[in-house]
Design a protein around this ligand. Sequence first.
Ligand SMILES: COc1cc(/C=C/C(=O)SCCNC(=O)CCNC(=O)[C@H](O)C(C)(C)COP(=O)(O)OP(=O)(O)OC[C@H]2O[C@@H](n3cnc4c(N)ncnc43)[C@H](O)[C@@H]2OP(=O)(O)O)ccc1O
Ligand SMILES: O=C(O)CCC(=O)C(=O)O
Ligand SMILES: [Fe+2]
Length: 395
Amino acid sequence: MAPTNPNSEKILDFVVYKGNGIKGLVDTGIETVPDLYILPIEERLLPNNILPYDSIPVIDVSNWDDPKVKESICDAAGKWGFFQIINHGVPLHVLDAVKEAAHRFFGLPYEERNKYWAGNSPTDTVTLKTSFVPQAEAVLEWKDYLSFRCSPRDLESFPLWPPVCRRFADVMGDTTVDYRKYRLKKNLELQNSTHIYNCLMTVYRDEVVEYMENAKSVIRKLLEVLLEGLKVKQIDKAREYTLMGSPIVNLMYYPHCPNPDFTAGVRPHSDISTLTVLLQDDNGGLYVRATENDSWIHVLPINGALVINIGDILQIMSNDRYKSIEHRVVAKRSKDRVSVPIFVNPGPDAVFGPLPEVLESGEQPLYKEVVFSDYFKYFFSKKHDGKKSMDFARI
Ligand SMILES: COc1cc(/C=C/C(=O)SCCNC(=O)CCNC(=O)[C@H](O)C(C)(C)COP(=O)(O)OP(=O)(O)OC[C@H]2O[C@@H](n3cnc4c(N)ncnc43)[C@H](O)[C@@H]2OP(=O)(O)O)ccc1O
Ligand SMILES: O=C(O)CCC(=O)C(=O)O
Ligand SMILES: [Fe+2]
């Protein structure tokens, strides 16, 4: 949807086609929001539509086996589709490191960031993008993001992920070092050299993998509890592939915005994942749709917590017992906001539909069976538009 306004054409060229991103535009010192980013009034989040006293549930998961914990998770998935978990076991330093990595990556000069811009990246497992689908959006979203595909197979391209650290190259001698050798060397060196540790800490890809590795057991536990709530006794290999075969980790960057009320960081949408594990910073800005018409609940940042939301796939598999709820993001006026979602997605060729365990008592399926890559392509063929992507699978 090419803009007709010549100024918007110039901005589109600078941000998208020259690969500067919205970060590059903000770095030019703009003091007003360009037309290309101004939402029509009916799409803006107005203060009257925010419910000031409501909040999504916060669940302490220090004991996953406690029936009350399991019940709270399944209830929240059915009623809210969103909840925060605390005492989940992912160390605070791992969470802080990955947020810090996002700031460091987006703090790099244009030339360094641009090496990973969609179309330039040495591997399709890591791409830097802007907005959502700029080709299909009349108004762009105020965000850039570095996206990492993290299935075991994708991790083979780890050596091509952005290290961008001279000191790292000096220490390792070769930035294209094999991942396993790199881990081995890191473990050996860590025992006797804080200097080398500090060097390694400046490598983004390492923080992303560290975060993902730590989050895996939380994801597994959440899925076990949620599937048990649907009478599924165990997650075998085939189900594991359908539930979590191709995770994606994004480093999201919402640079400060001269007038955030006019813009969308992310438009209202539901995620297409089975579930999403989201680490947000202390800026706030994430809003979840409440049951009342067009009202929104702010997700208060809690240090160390992870925000969990049910995605379309789990709503479909549960035949609507669990809900993928719409949410949106508003950028900040004077601070750069970062967040790190893990979209826990099915493997590309996984076929999903309402689970047999859910339908066993004769309930009618509300959705047909769909191949995940078809659903994914459909989602990325248009702008974020509430929950409309679910129509793709609805009977
Ligand atoms: C929210 O809930 C989610 C989210 C997610 C996943 C989130 C991600 O961030 S995954 C990474 C980004 N997504 C994808 O890559 C999706 C796969 N991509 C596609 O299917 C296609 O790129 C497309 C979006 C459908 C567009 O296809 P097409 O019209 O054929 O255009 P392309 O050839 O791909 O691109 C043309 C040209 O533009 C560049 N480009 C495309 N998108 C962007 C962008 N956002 N920013 C900047 N540039 C972009 C592209 O690289 C091409 O450039 P060339 O120089 O190569 O011509 C998971 C789960 C959830 O629940
Ligand atoms: O940045 C956030 O807090 C949420 C981002 C989000 O909803 C998404 O990328 O799907
Ligand atoms: Fe989302």
